[in-house]
Design a protein. Structure first.
Length: 91
């Protein structure tokens, strides 16, 4: 998030940020990144949590970072705190 402060320019992170739709929250809560940056081979979160899950896992969108095996995605049970494994958006 860019925050203008008199004479100071930089990027600052808000602890406990709430992600907007289509974003992924870093595990430390410091930043939300676009879902397209998740598991793209580059670390975009300060804590590296956007690159933790394997390609055969689903990463919960917000709340505690958790990787869910594909077989548990859309199975009728919330495996992510926010239920994002049951409500998949077409991106």
């Amino acid at each position: 998030m860019e925050i203008p402060i008199r004479g100071i320019v930089g990027t600052y992170y808000v602890i406990g940020a709430t992600c907007a739709q289509g974003q992924f929250q870093c595990a430390d809560g410091s930043k939300c990144i676009a879902r397209t940056l998740f598991q793209n081979g580059n670390v975009d979160c300060p804590d590296g949590s956007d690159e933790e899950c394997t390609t055969s896992q689903f990463a919960c969108k917000c709340g505690a970072v958790r990787c869910v095996a594909e077989k548990f995605v859309m199975d009728g049970n919330w495996d992510c705190e926010d239920g994002s494994d049951e409500f998949i958006e077409n991106e």
